[in-house]
Design a protein around this ligand. Sequence first.
Ligand SMILES: [Fe+2]
Ligand SMILES: [Fe+2]
Length: 198
Amino acid sequence: MRVSSNHIAIRVIQDEHDRLSAVIHGMQYFVRAINKTAKAPEPKVFRAMMLYISEYPEKVHHPKEDQYLFSRLRLRTDQVNQTLDELESQHAQGESQAHALECALTHYELEGAAAFQPFFDMVEAYAKFYFSHMGMEEDAVLPAAVKFLTPDDWAVIDAQFAANADPLAGGEYKESFDKLFSLIVNITPAPLGLGPAI
Ligand SMILES: [Fe+2]
Ligand SMILES: [Fe+2]
């Protein structure tokens, strides 16, 4: 369920979820293609996707959710505390999960078919984990934020997330992630991306 709101923080969070979903669908496409056709897209495609997730959601998106959105929401209501506890613990697992995924990819690159199944299973589990994470945020946290946060809360939260969307405020950092996202779209095989079909 999508919350419609004039708050820039809500729009930025939803846009970032869309991009993250596109990248995770790309990862699933990558392993499913190998599974079905035994033909692997180039590993650099998967590595670019991993880099995006490790550097943007893990370092910018989730920390801002914890620090500004979740903490303010806890001050205004205790109705979603359990959900926030769960989401914060998932944020804390993000880095180690990304690392495990990278190790599984490296094993697959070195060992070939024998190491494919664990890599495939890990990507599918990672996708499920991330889709459910974003779903909880959109279904429970954003509606609660719209309901309970005060104008002062929004002034702080909107300013923080606006910096993600504003190329001037975000400077080169924002620009480099836009470029990385375009690169992923361009090298991911069609029909999901714009790269040559495999
Ligand atoms: Fe999150
Ligand atoms: Fe999020």
